[in-house]
Every structure is written in C-alpha cells, then in structure tokens.
Design a protein around this ligand. Structure first.
Ligand code: FES
Ligand SMILES: [Fe+2]
Length: 383
C-alpha cells in the first residue's frame, strides 16, 4: 500500500504506455487462466474455439474420444495460425499455408511432398504444442502452460463468494450477446467494475434496485468478489420485478459481481447470469464481450429483441440525467453506456498535462487500489 494510504498506486504511464501494456501481456495475461467460452461452445468432436491469452493464441478442440484438448494455435512449419475464432473442423486440422495436417489430438499426420522435400523429417516430434484446458462453473478456461496449476486451485478461494447459480443448466440468450470496443486501458475498465463508490452515483437511475449500503466485497488471492442485496422494496416483490423468470430461489436474490483476475467479470443475479470477458487490445483500447444466460429455452422466445446488453433489469431504470440528445449515455438508462462513458473520459484526461490523481475513497475504492497493487506485483515479477 502506498504510504499515503488512500492514494492510487500506479503511475499514469501504466494506463498509457506501450511498455506497460507489453509487460502486462507477458507477465499477467500469458501466465494466468483465460476465459475461452461457455462449455457448450465445444460439445461435439471437431468443434473448437480459439482465444487470445496474452501473447498466446490457443485453441480448444474436442477429439473423437470427446476429450477436450488445448493447443497453441501455431503451425509447426512456419507458424501460421491454424484455426480462427469458433467453428467446426472436419476430422483433422489443416494449415492453410502449405497444408500440413494434424489430428484433433495434435499429431502431425501428413506433409505434402514429404519424401522429396523433407526426407529426414521426424513427424513424431512435430506435433502441436499443448496448452491446458479445464471446465469450471460452466465455462471453458485455457492456460498457455500445459503444466499449469489446476483451475480449481486458481479459483478455489473465491468460489464460496460466488452465486448459487447452476450455470450449465441455464440457456444462452444469443441476441443479448454484446461486444464493446472501449477507448480505455483495460485497468480503467476493471477498476470501474470493482469500484463500489460509483454505484449509487453514476448508476443512480439504472441500479437503484440494489442496496449499495450493504455491499460485501474483498479479494481472495488475486480475485475480487462482490455481493450486494436487493433493496427491501424491490426484494419484497422480486418475482414481479424481475425482467425474466428467476434463475435462483427468491430468498437468495441479489447480485454477485466478482472480477476474476485478470479481467473476467461475472454478473450473477436473480434473473440472469453473464460473463464479461475483457481483452486488452492496446494501451488505450479494450474489447469486452458480454454473454448472458437465462432460465431456460422458453425464455428465449419471450425475451425482448430490444435488450441490447446484459442489463436485464429493464424495469424501473431511468437515465442519470434527462437529455434531448438521444445518444447521451447519461440519459440512456443503460448502465453499460454509463460505465463506458466514464471509462473513456478518464482515459482522455490522462493525456492532459493538468491531470493528477486525486485521493481515493477509503472503503468504496479499496478494491481499486488493491487491484493496482496486484498488477504492480505481477508486472514486477514478484508473483
Ligand atoms: S506454415 Fe503451416 S504448413 Fe507451412
Ligand atoms: Fe458501473
């Protein structure tokens, strides 16, 4: 902790410089478990997803034996990326460049004109490089190191602080999938996510159904956990107030909103479950993909096409301010738009020679400082 106690930990350059960005990619995002999708994304032999994990592109594929395997998405010839995004391969994986072909289990099977061009080739030594893959809470996770600590060890301490949701039983509301390209450093996005101080203010219209005075939050290892109950008035009639059928018992209603290190948020509520998957793209650009699950398939038929984000608390929400400008995020009634606005404005201010960090609130922003401390330790190689 900084000797001032309530002053921020990281310098401005941590949010603006390519050097910091590169060190974070190497020291944090290449050394931790990365979100790769929902378990149903890879549920048949030949299905795959590819994901960026820091400096590594990794794909998860299901073999003919229905086992999940993860490999570095790098051809053993000249390194061309083998698979893109999400899809169904056939029975093998063929590199687009020179058609070297691998089995779903990662063995090199064939090389065009091998006898003439590579007479001494030892094909057995040219299999795909393995990474680690695991299922946890209805999600797929990958780690660049094939001998990584288990995902249960990595997340174990935070698990008791998560919601009672059975994620695999819920059904994805595909029209609710949202992708945001945010003009801010990834840490500003994370800090906003774990800042309890702003909830009653920036979101005074959009998240007023929660009792922000009864937040319970903290860190377990590198993972931030956060729980807040509904306001008594909203809770008294929660089934009527909820936008869709409840996904957990009414007496447990409320929100669990952890931020798993580094940059995987969950929003687990009484009527929906969402994952908020952050990918740093540049010092001042961050992609966030939000995927949402609801109670069951029948809900999908009724879910409104107008719901654009994981803001399923569509009742009782209003903008922070009234405005004649239809594009004013402060009048949108959508808390994601409010958050994105705040993050992008902060990033812009960092360029001003007049910017200096102000004091940080003792309780509401304690998590923000602790996250900054963690990032510093990881980047300095002390973890
Ligand atoms: S780079 Fe893949 S076959 Fe040449
Ligand atoms: Fe927010």
């Amino acid at each position: 902790m900084n000797s001032n106690g309530t002053m921020p930990i990281l310098p401005v350059e941590a949010y603006t410089s390519q050097d910091w960005f590169d060190r974070e990619q190497a020291c944090i995002f290449s050394r931790t478990w990365a979100f790769a999708g929902l378990t149903e994304d890879v549920s048949e032999p030949g299905q795959y997803v590819a994901v960026q994990a820091g400096l590594n592109n990794i794909f998860v594929v299901m073999g003919q034996d229905r086992q999940l395997r993860a490999f570095h998405n790098i051809c053993r010839h000249r390194g061309t990326q083998l698979l893109r995004a999400v899809g169904n391969t056939k029975k093998v994986i063929t590199c687009p460049y020179h058609d070297w072909t691998y089995s779903l289990e990662g063995c090199l099977l064939s090389v065009p004109d091998r006898k003439n061009q590579f007479p001494d080739m030892d094909m057995a030594s040219l299999g795909l490089k393995r990474a680690s893959v695991a299922r946890w809470r209805g999600m797929l996770w990958v780690h660049p190191d094939e001998n990584a600590e288990s995902v249960e060890e990595w997340f174990g301490g935070v698990e008791p602080h998560l919601g009672p949701h059975n994620v695999e039983e819920l059904v994805e509301y595909k029209s609710g999938r949202a992708e945001y390209d945010i003009a801010a450093n990834w840490k500003i996005v994370v800090e906003n996510y774990i800042d309890g101080y702003h909830l009653a203010h920036l979101h005074s219209g959009t998240l007023s159904m929660y009792d922000h005075r009864r937040i319970e939050s903290g860190f377990d290892g590198p993972h931030f956990h956060f729980r807040e109950p509904l306001s008594p008035e909203y809770a008294a009639n929660v089934e009527m107030n909820a936008a869709t059928p409840l996904v957990i018992p009414a007496d447990k209603a409320g929100a669990w909103v952890p931020m798993l290190f580094p940059g995987i948020g969950l929003a687990e509520n009484e009527d929906s479950w969402s994952v908020f998957h952050l990918t740093p793209l540049a010092p001042d650009r961050t992609r966030v993909v939000v995927r949402t699950k609801l109670a069951d398939a029948s809900v999908l038929a009724f879910a409104s096409q107008s719901i654009r984000s994981f803001n399923f608390w569509s009742k009782r929400v209003r903008g922070k301010y009234d405005s004649d400008d239809a594009d004013d995020p402060m009048a949108s009634g959508d808390f994601m738009q409010e958050d994105i606005y705040a993050c992008e404005q902060q990033q812009r201010s960092l360029k001003s020679p007049y910017f200096e960090h102000g004091p940080s609130s003792i309780e509401g922003e304690a998590g923000v400082r602790q996250h900054q401390e963690l990032v510093k330790l990881w980047v300095e190689g002390e973890i």
